[in-house]
Ligand binder design. Structure first.
Ligand code: 3PG
Length: 209
């Protein structure tokens, strides 16, 4: 089933995580889970991202790990082979969509315009990532899209933080938000798992609606 609606209900915040050193992958995932966040969008932006993804998939069963920054069919295949339970892209192309819909894993495509939302709807998907949420128009833009297209649920990501998340989460067409603020690069590199757990706890407390 390619529709990612169920993915959006796992946590009020989907952490967008970038890991350079795969040794940090499992501790980061455990730190997030300890704070009550049981989902990770692990970006394919580092050489070793697939190794990190596989380690989390194999060793942290209470976290649902997906791959983010999926740009090509080959990346989608590699991510699924490494254990990705869902796929996220920053935008949509027909090539990527055609391929990912054959894989049988939930897919959260990135959209930033109403035409893109309509294109995704035509393919039967009703859950999308709104990216980059801040620069693309923020909560006001999503509220406006909700009038003609109320059946699509968004995960706004990009420029969203603890301060702005509540305004998005208050919208009827927002189930959760995404963001990298739960796993600051410095905390990951320095092994400050406690800080990540505290940020996760704060984010989990935002509560879904
Ligand atoms: C993403 O890929 O979703 C973004 O890089 C996350 O954006 P943020 O760093 O502004 O949270």
């Amino acid at each position: 089933m390619a529709d990612a609606t169920s993915i959006l209900h796992i946590s009020p915040v989907i952490p967008v995580v970038t890991i350079d050193d795969p040794h940090n992958a499992v501790p980061v995932a455990r730190a997030l889970a300890d704070g009550g966040v049981r989902i990770i969008e692990l970006t394919l932006r580092t050489e070793s991202a697939l190794t990190s993804l596989k380690r989390i998939a194999d060793e942290v069963p209470d976290i649902l790990v997906g791959a983010g920054t999926v740009l090509t069919p080959a990346q989608a295949d590699a991510a699924v082979a490494a254990g990705a339970r869902f796929l996220v892209s920053p935008g949509v192309t027909h090539t990527l969509m055609d391929h990912v819909l054959t894989l049988g894993v939930p897919f959260l495509p990135g959209v930033a315009t109403i035409g893109e939302v309509m294109g995704v709807l035509e393919r039967g998907l009703t859950a999308v990532k709104f990216f980059p949420a801040g620069p693309a128009g923020g909560p006001d833009y999503l509220a406006a899209i909700g009038a003609p297209i109320p059946q699509v649920q968004f995960c706004p990501t990009g420029g969203v933080g603890l301060d702005s998340a509540p305004r998005y989460l208050a919208l009827p067409n927002v189930t959760c938000v995404g963001g990298s603020w739960l796993t600051p690069r410095g905390a990951v590199q320095n092994g400050d798992w406690q800080q990540i757990t505290e940020l996760a706890r704060e984010a989990a407390g935002l509560g879904a609606h």
